[in-house]
Design a protein around this ligand. Sequence first.
Ligand SMILES: Cc1cc2nc3c(=O)[nH]c(=O)nc-3n(C[C@H](O)[C@H](O)[C@H](O)COP(=O)(O)O)c2cc1C
Length: 197
Amino acid sequence: MIEDIADREPFAPFERWLSLAEQSEKLAETMTLATATLDGRPSVRAVLLKGVDRRGFVFYTNLESRKSGELFVNPHAALCFHWKSLMRQVRAEGIAEQVSEDEADAYFASRARGSQIAAWASDQSRPLENRAQLEQRVDTFTRRFADRSVLPRPNFWSGFRLVPERVEFWQDQPSRLHDRLVFIRDGESWRKERLFP
Ligand SMILES: Cc1cc2nc3c(=O)[nH]c(=O)nc-3n(C[C@H](O)[C@H](O)[C@H](O)COP(=O)(O)O)c2cc1C
């Protein structure tokens, strides 16, 4: 099956695998994102892929969250998609860059109003006294923006694009003899290598 990846770059096969996964499972765009502190202590969490093109993989988040704090001091990041229904995995490693203001504005504007309010209300990753404190903050921002049809994007909320140096496609095969194909960035183009499983 993996022999079918005749592409010279990883994004077209990634998009094919993602759309196949979307046909067979919910939230197929979920990816595990790994970041690390300057001294190399890693942390991982799930985020949603909100855009992919020849530049990289985009997700959105609070810029004051733990993950963002780590990315600001150490932009090296990795992500992993695991599609159980397909028994396939895609991994990518590279540098995370903040998306442009225009790109973040456009995505924020496309979100449901409740999600926009939630972005304002959540001090993501910081301690919360209790659920009531969160609900109170939601009320506060709901009232603050009651007379505005369009909500502004908080300046502490934006996106990152993981610009990959390496993208690996993995597919289950009988007797654990899985197929692995990795694309490694080589200047303007990509080099392909097979790996032992
Ligand atoms: C399926 C799923 C999708 C998620 N998508 C996002 C997302 O797109 N952006 C985000 O900031 N957090 C998302 N989260 C929450 C994160 O996993 C995490 O709890 C949060 O971002 C705080 O992480 P941090 O403290 O490491 O910064 C998602 C969680 C799950 C389970």
